[in-house]
Structure formats: structure tokens, C-alpha cells
Design a protein around this ligand. Structure first.
Ligand code: ADP
Ligand code: MG
Ligand code: ZN
Length: 614
């Protein structure tokens, strides 16, 4: 996507040579000032001067404000006649005037104001002025001040042409597209809407997890309507200098008024629109000011003139409530992760530019990518294409997609890493434990692949379970079984190695604990704590752990939560342990097969377990 950007920033039009001269001017002046000072003088200490004075070796003296200048009767050894005595000592000696009267020849003693008015006041003044002037210009260029030219320079304009984005480029989020069709209609023919007296929303907020296509949608709306598109990111408004962000907002809306009908798009609105707080640091002040200006600007224009403000965020819970009041961002469009059909369509959009083999079944690929957002799918297509290119193939086939998928979810294979034989065995035991539990506990996603080939991210091996269909609801039993599966790796190590486990399973333990904690605090699944939500406020619906949870319960309750989490984990671990000891033979069979073949797929696992089901 390329957008031609217009940069009507005046200060940028200054030629580089001018800059050079301007920067040089103060230096030249300072040099000249220094050069004008008498340089060929002897510097005397006050003591030396006094001695010479008494010895009548001094012909004339001028007492300046900061120093004492004079001429010797005879040039000294180095041929210098003039001398200078620095101020130190001059003032404290009140005999000096008398001494001068006595020893300096009549008329050759004067007390003036030193180097003269020009040198003393005008010149430094001029230097200072030039320096300040230069500084101002440089600072302006760097973004200081509220110059309109500067404030204007950030947005991108929509460029017509081949990289125009349309709704055809957006797939799998039909509801969101449907809601925005109306906006396109309005931007195309505002008169029609005005005649009917319909009220068009001023602000539309696209809300959804990262990578679901919010930015893409905004571009598509502009592309479909064929109107100018002012695109800015929320962080563009937040500058170091107070007032710049607000100036940018003013300038943005002023330009939009000229270009109406048009679309203003503020990406990552949360960077700018976080709830205002009293007090705070300088950066906070600046953001508050910018936000206030945005509120004022949104109130100030009439949407019937054909300006629509769109914004996107994945942290709607952090937005200032004033932003989402009627007359501002009063319409929310949710852009959710796509379902299986949506994923298939998104894949279809992205494989258009990639030569694929005929046998490829996008439905299957969509089925294995539950939870992927549009951006993840675009990435998957790209990874698959890279895999094919690496293998020197003409087109991308299903295997490439599988490889690309594994690379995305588990990181790249680490075949080069050399493991000790006992480490290989331990990893095999661990993964066999996961796989066996996943197969034994009812309702869990079927195991797609087990491997002991190392992946990035510190995993020894991996066990990949894939859902057959998207799952939207999880029962308490399913959650517990999942915990049991996550604990299966270490439990197997424990069983085979007489209670000794390794440190290779931190993320298993982390995930298991996370699930158990949410069962207690979010899902009301702990009988001891009751059907109560212990969620903190402002929890992000899209980003797990996205914001700090402010405890609004007692320490006693916090302790009970911890105990309950512990109880759930212990219970799941017990179940897992008993399954593994009961099916120890199967566990060992999988372990040996893994050591021999490194990777097992679902069918091979089935074969191994076929006579064990009894
Ligand atoms: P967001 O702004 O929601 O974080 P983006 O719009 O930046 O997500 O999406 C990033 C990229 O992912 C897009 O440029 C596009 O290639 C791809 N993408 C995301 N969602 C979709 C979608 N619904 N249809 C097609 N491509 C998508
Ligand atoms: Mg975005
Ligand atoms: Zn594990």
C-alpha cells in the first residue's frame, strides 16, 4: 500500500546552502570579535605590574572595567610594548590611584570603560541575537512551535491509482464491511443523504483485536468512495512539546474542511485518547491538551458537510469516555477475528498473488488456523510461499502451508542444535506425556503432530493439538482437561525418572496456572469462592493481561484465590499422574517411536495406541 504524501512544510523549502550560511554566521562573528582584541600584549600579574610601576617602567595606563591596559617605556625581551593586567587584585588595592598619580607621567593615565561601547555591548548583543535567531529556525525545523506548516506535515493522503484498496481486498469480516457501506454511500453522494434529512454519524470507531483488518477497512472505505483520505496515527499527535499535537488537530480539521467530502482516519486512537487524568507529567499534559482539542474539533464540524472521522483501536476500554459520547465516536464497528468461512475467504484474497498447486484445499487450511486474524493469515500465505521457494518449487502446495503454519505457531525448526542422548530421551518422554494425556482425556482437541525436533522459543519439542471446529465456549471440564494435558509433560518425566523433573517446561506451567487462575477469578468456577468475578476493572477484551488489575478485594480473598488455583492444579495433576501410571506401556511406546522417528503424526499415533485402548 503506498500513499503519496504531500508535505507542504514551508521551512523545508529552504535550500541546504542557506542553512549552512545561517549556521556559520554566529561562528564568523565570534571569531571577528576575538580577532579585534589586541593580541600582542604581555600579560602581567598584578605584582609584576606594581613593581614595574614603582620602577617607572610604565609609560601609560588605561584602567578598564575588567582589566588594566598599558604601555611600557621599553619593550620587554619578547619585543612587546603593550601589556595587560587582569582584574584580580585591582579592586582590592586602594593605593592604586595614588601610585598611578605618582609614577605614571602626567596625562598618560586614564580611566575609561575598557574596550569601548561597540566591543562591549553592541557586539555581544548582535552575536546573541544571531545565535537566538539561528536556534529558533533550527528548532522550528525540528518541530518546535505551533507553526501551521509544521502541524500540517504529518498526514498521508489517499493516492488514486493501482494501489487503491477496495472492499474486494477485505474478506471474512462481512458484518463490519456491511456497516461501512452506508458511510461509503454518504461520502459518494452527500447531497442525497442531506435531502432525506438523515443523520450521518460523525465518528466511527473500529474496535477489534490486532491484525483483524481495521486499518485495511479504513483505507478501503476511502478507496471505495474515492475521496481524500487523511490518515494519521494517534501517536503522531503526541509530541514532546506541549501544544504541537493540538495544533496538528486544528490543522487537520481545517484542511479536511477544505477538501470535504473526505475521510479522516486516526489509527491507534488509544495512544491519544487515553482517559485523561488529573495532574501527571508533561507528556500527560500534552496528551490531554491534544485530546481536548480533538473533542472540540469533533464538536465543531457538521458531519452533513461530508467529513467523517474514523478511528481504530484495540484498547477501547482505555478510551476517555468523552470520546465515545454522542456527537463524537458514537458508532462502534466491531472487527472480530474471522470464523472458518471468513478465514477461507481471507486466504482466497491473499493466495491471488501466489501460484498455488491445484490440489490445495483452502478450507482445510482455514480449519487448522482457528484463532488466526487476517494479518496472521496473510503471514501464513507468505511463509508458505517462502517454504516453496526454498524447496525450489514452481507452486505452493499443501505441505508448504503445513510447514509455514508450524513455523508460525512453534517457531522455526532447530535441526542444527546438538542434544545429548539423555536429553533427547527426556524430551521424548515429555512430549509423549502431553500426547498421551491429550488422547486420554475426553473432549480435547485431537493431536495433529508430536515432535522432538527443537523449535525456537526454547521448546524442546512440541505437541500440536488442533480443534476440529472453532470453539467459542469452554466448559469447566474442558479447561481442567487442558490443564491436565499441559501438566502431562512434566508428569511423564516424573514417572519415568523417579520423581525428577527438568526445567524445560516453564511455559507449560505458566499456561496451566493462567487457566486455573481465570477459572477462579473470571469464570466463577470455584465452589469455594462462589460465582463471583474477581476481575479487575479496565481489563482488555482483546489483549490478555493488557492492563493492570486493580484488586478490589481483601487480602484474605486474594489468599483464598491462590489456594483455589493451587487446589485446581493439584487435582488436575493427580488425574494426569494416574492416567500415565495406568498407561505406562503406551507412554513408553510413544517415547521409543519419537526417539526413532522424531516426529509422529495423528495416524502414526493411532497405530501405536490401537491395541492399548482396553
Ligand atoms: P489492524 O489495523 O486491525 O491491526 P491491519 O488492517 O493493519 O490490521 O491488517 C494487516 C494486514 O493483514 C492487512 O494489510 C492485510 O494484508 C491483512 N488482513 C487483515 N485483515 C484482513 C481481512 N479481513 N481481509 C484481508 N486481509 C486482511
Ligand atoms: Mg492497524
Ligand atoms: Zn511441555
Amino acid at each position: 500500500m503506498r500513499f503519496s504524501s504531500s508535505r507542504p512544510d514551508k521551512s523545508r523549502r529552504l535550500q541546504p546552502r542557506w542553512w549552512f550560511l545561517l549556521a556559520l554566521a554566529p561562528v564568523v562573528i565570534v571569531l571577528a570579535y576575538v580577532a579585534m582584541r589586541p593580541t600582542s600584549v604581555r600579560v602581567l600579574s598584578y605584582g609584576q605590574f606594581k613593581k614595574k610601576l614603582v620602577a617607572r617602567q610604565i609609560k601609560s595606563v588605561r584602567v578598564g572595567s575588567s582589566e588594566l591596559l598599558g604601555e611600557l617605556t621599553e619593550p620587554s625581551k619578547d619585543g612587546l610594548r603593550e601589556f595587560r593586567v587582569s582584574r584580580v587584585g585591582l579592586e582590592r588595592d586602594d593605593q592604586l590611584p595614588a601610585l598611578l598619580d605618582q609614577y605614571v607621567p602626567e596625562g598618560a593615565y586614564e580611566a575609561d570603560s575598557g574596550p569601548g561601547v561597540i566591543q562591549n555591548t553592541l557586539l555581544p548583543g548582535a552575536v546573541l541575537a544571531v545565535l537566538l535567531g539561528g536556534l529558533y529556525l533550527v528548532a522550528r525545523r525540528a518541530g518546535f512551535g505551533t507553526a501551521m506548516a509544521f502541524a500540517k506535515s504529518r498526514h498521508k493522503m489517499y493516492g488514486e491509482g493501482p494501489d487503491r484498496v477496495t472492499f474486494d481486498d477485505v474478506a471474512g469480516i462481512d458484518e463490519a464491511v456491511g456497516e461501512l457501506q452506508e458511510v461509503v454511500g454518504f461520502l459518494k453522494t452527500p447531497e442525497k443523504f442531506r435531502k432525506l434529512g438523515g443523520r450521518i454519524p460523525k465518528g466511527i470507531l473500529l474496535v477489534g483485536p490486532p491484525g483483524t483488518g481495521k486499518t485495511l477497512l479504513a483505507k478501503a472505505v476511502a478507496g471505495e468512495a474515492g475521496v481524500p483520505f487523511f490518515s494519521l496515527s494517534g501517536s503522531d499527535f503526541v509530541e514532546m512539546f506541549v501544544g504541537v499535537g493540538a495544533a496538528r488537530v486544528r490543522s487537520l480539521f481545517a484542511q479536511a474542511e477544505e477538501k470535504a467530502p473526505c475521510l479522516i482516519f486516526i489509527d491507534e486512537l488509544d495512544a491519544l485518547g487515553k482517559a485523561r487524568s488529573g495532574g501527571g507529567s508533561g507528556g500527560q499534559d500534552e496528551r490531554d491538551q491534544t485530546l481536548n482539542q480533538l473533542l472540540v474539533a469533533m464538536d465543531g464540524f457538521d458531519s452533513n458537510r461530508g467529513i467523517i472521522v474514523m478511528a481504530a483501536t484495540n484498547r477501547p476500554e482505555t478510551l476517555d469516555s468523552a470520546l465515545v459520547r454522542p456527537g463524537r465516536f458514537d458508532r462502534n464497528v466491531t472487527v472480530d477475528r474471522p470464523d472458518i468461512g471468513g478465514r477461507e475467504q481471507i486466504l482466497r484474497v491473499h493466495v491471488k498473488n501466489v501460484p498455488c498447486s491445484d490440489a490445495i484445499n483452502l478450507r482445510n487450511i482455514a480449519a487448522m488456523t482457528s484463532g488466526f486474524a487476517g494479518a496472521d493469515l496473510a503471514n501464513l500465505v507468505n511463509e508458505a510461499a517462502l517454504m516453496a521457494a526454498r524447496a525450489g518449487k514452481e507452486s505452493v502446495d499443501h505441505l508448504d502451508f503445513e510447514r509455514g503454519f508450524e513455523r508460525i505457531v512453534a517457531g522455526p525448526e532447530k535441526r542444527q542444535r546438538i542434544l545429548r542422548t539423555d536429553e533427547v530421551r527426556r524430551i521424548a518422554v515429555h512430549e509423549a506425556g502431553h500426547a498421551l494425556i491429550a488422547r486420554s482425556l475426553p473432549g480435547l482437541d485431537p493431536v495433529h503432530k508430536v515432535s522432538i525436533v527443537g523449535r525456537g522459543g526454547g521448546l524442546g519439542g512440541f505437541t500440536l493439538s488442533l480443534p476440529e471446529e472453532d470453539r467459542f465456549l469452554h466448559t469447566g471440564t474442558w479447561l481442567k482437561n487442558t490443564i491436565g494435558m499441559l501438566l502431562g509433560g512434566t508428569a511423564a518425566e516424573e514417572l519415568i525418572y523417579d520423581g525428577e523433573i527438568s526445567d524445560g517446561a516453564t511455559s507449560d506451567l505458566q499456561r496451566a496456572t493462567q487457566i486455573a487462575r481465570r477459572m477462579v477469578t473470571d469464570f466463577g468456577m470455584s465452589p469455594a469462592l462462589g460465582r463471583v468475578s474477581y476481575q479487575g476493572e479496565n481489563r482488555s477484551p482483546f489483549i490478555p493481561g493488557g492492563s493492570s488489575v486493580e484488586a478490589s478485594w481483601s487480602e484474605q480473598t486474594a489468599r483464598e484465590i491462590d489456594l483455589e488455583v493451587r487446589r485446581i492444579l493439584d487435582g488436575c495433576l493427580d488425574t494426569t499422574r494416574s492416567i500415565l501410571s495406568r498407561r505406562r506401556a503406551a507412554l513408553e511406546a510413544i517415547t521409543e517411536a519419537l526417539i526413532a522417528r522424531e516426529t509422529l503424526d495423528a495416524a502414526e499415533l493411532n497405530d501405536l495406541l490401537s491395541d492399548d485402548w482396553a
